[in-house]
Design a binder for this molecule. Structure first.
Ligand SMILES: Nc1ncnc2c1ncn2[C@@H]1O[C@H](COP(=O)(O)OP(=O)(O)OP(=O)(O)O)[C@@H](O)[C@H]1O
Length: 478
């Protein structure tokens, strides 16, 4: 289930996950998935037992004493009935419990990630208080679930005990000759009475156990509902077609693109037209928040435009095989994630078969060599979650090194030199000039120096692209 869930999330891509709370998703994948295990491993096998064992016992008891058989037959349905009555409430309680857990997880993650900001504004105590409140809410919800689980066990135990007691009184009286109905052979012998009484708890046991595991079923239903939300989201995923993208640096045409993040939000891109000729580097400028990164995301295929189409050599992007398209683009975004492992592992993601010489060259091109030679373990230095021990600029250079390594015909760059000093910027720009040669490149930038490597400059205004006469003019505007 976890593997299926993660591959669905990968198919949904960043356009889905960036609108979700990371803590909630991780609680869903790690903890809530676990709830299905109890249902499959305990409840379902118990259901077969509960259907089979009482029938077998009845088959032995009826030929000996039909009244005892009738008592079994009449009291047995009481247990599933009581179980279902209590269980109806349990699904709701479990749903609330999972919600409280998801809220607690996501809040906790936000606080841990934003600890510096909280310390800076002396808000950590306040947040601790809010986490305390969420934890208390989770405790209350958990207790509600447990109360229902124990209550259902008690009710089942009660019904089973009363039924056995009725049977014991009947068998006792029959044995003493005070009751004469029931036995096919006249009276009840000690052997028969003991045989039925010893079997009685075994008759109710599978039903009681089923009741005990019933809350596992309700827990699984609550978890499955949330999991199904993600599987149902698949319709919104950009799954792509089955056509292979053209080889070499293609001409990319954005035709009448209209895009907004949600139906209730104003469009970010409106009737946008832009052509990136084969092997050409186009720079895109514009004020912050105008939609440059959104345009890159549409071009990379992470977001689907509501209007218009992205055409790769005339073929709509939506018709291309997604995995092949991903191999054709190198993207340096503003948010780079470093995965736990060594620097080498993080670089090899871009090209698993890269040789040491190729890795060294990519580091050199991205102005990363100076950083690596200072590390005692060099390329084998471990980097932690979110690039622990790496500065923003160093992470950006690592992302650039990945782009150099990938050697893809389409290059998408979002502010590639934003966190670099003038000296390193110059170094990286020289490498970028080489990288862009012969590749179709879109370079989003605010930096005048970066624009110099572009063949043409466009400005994004009001959701549309306007050509800027020349680089000098664009520099003047910035
Ligand atoms: N996931 C999202 N959901 C809703 N709105 C979004 C989302 N991401 C961005 N936006 C909005 O879309 C608009 C364009 O954002 P975008 O990041 O594309 O701008 P940008 O030009 O790249 O800005 P910058 O230069 O600061 O990086 C902004 O108004 C932003 O608030």
């Amino acid at each position: 289930m976890r593997v299926a869930l993660l591959s669905r999330l990968a198919e949904l891509g960043p356009s889905y996950t960036r609108n979700q709370r990371a803590g909630e998703i991780s609680s869903l994948v790690i903890e809530q998935t676990e709830a299905l295990d109890a249902f499959i491993a305990r409840y379902l096998p118990q259901m077969s037992l509960a259907a089979l064992l009482p029938l077998v016992i009845l088959a032995f008891v009826f030929p000996i004493n039909w009244v005892a058989g009738l008592v079994f037959l009449c009291t047995a349905p009481l247990i599933p009935l009581a179980m279902a009555l209590v269980g109806m409430k349990a699904a709701d309680a479990n749903r609330r419990n999972f919600k409280a857990l998801a809220l607690l997880s996501s809040y906790f993650l936000d606080v841990v990630q934003g600890l510096i900001t909280l310390k800076l504004f002396s808000k950590s105590r306040e947040q601790t208080h809010i986490i305390g409140k969420n934890a208390e809410e989770f405790r209350i919800r958990t207790m509600q679930v447990l109360r229902l689980a124990f209550l259902s066990s008690a009710v089942l135990e009660f019904f089973a005990s009363v039924s056995i007691a009725i049977l014991a009184v009947y068998l006792g009286f029959s044995f003493l000759g005070l009751i004469e109905v029931g036995s096919w052979s006249g009276g009840v012998t000690l052997y028969h009475a003991l045989f039925i009484l010893i079997l009685a708890p075994e008759f109710y046991l599978p039903l009681k156990e089923l009741g005990t595991h019933y809350h596992a079923k309700q827990e699984a239903i609550a978890a499955a509902e949330r999991l199904m939300d993600i599987f149902d989201e698949l319709d919104r995923a950009e799954t792509g077609g089955d056509q292979e993208p053209p080889t070499g640096a293609p001409t990319v045409h954005l035709s009448n693109i209209g895009f907004s993040y949600a139906a209730h939000l104003p469009p970010v891109l409106r009737n946008l037209n832009l052509t990136l000729n084969s092997g050409e580097c186009v720079a895109l400028v514009g004020p912050s928040g105008v939609g440059k990164s959104s345009l890159l995301s549409v071009l990379a295929g992470f977001d689907r435009p509501q209007e218009g189409a992205v055409l790769i050599e005339g073929i709509p992007l939506s018709a291309l095989k997604r995995s092949s398209w991903m191999k054709r683009i190198a993207l340096v975004s503003q948010h780079t994630t470093l995965f736990p492992g060594s620097i080498r592992d993080n670089l090899l993601m871009a090209r698993p078969d890269a040789t040491d010489a190729q890795l060294d060259r990519a580091c050199e091109q991205a102005a990363l060599t100076d950083v690596i030679v200072q590390l005692p373990k060099g390329l084998d230095t471990p980097v932690g979650e979110a690039g622990l021990g790496f500065s923003g600029g160093q992470i950006q250079r690592l992302s650039l090194a990945r782009a150099f390594l990938k050697d893809a015909p389409i290059v998408l760059l979002d502010e590639p030199t934003a966190s670099l000093d003038a000296e390193n910027e110059q170094k990286v720009l020289e490498s970028l000039t080489l990288l862009c040669k012969g590749r179709t490149t879109l370079l989003v930038t605010h930096r005048p120096a970066s624009m110099a490597i572009a063949d043409r400059v466009y400005r994004l205004v009001d959701g549309r692209c306007e050509a800027v006469g020349d680089v000098k003019m664009a520099k003047g505007e910035i």
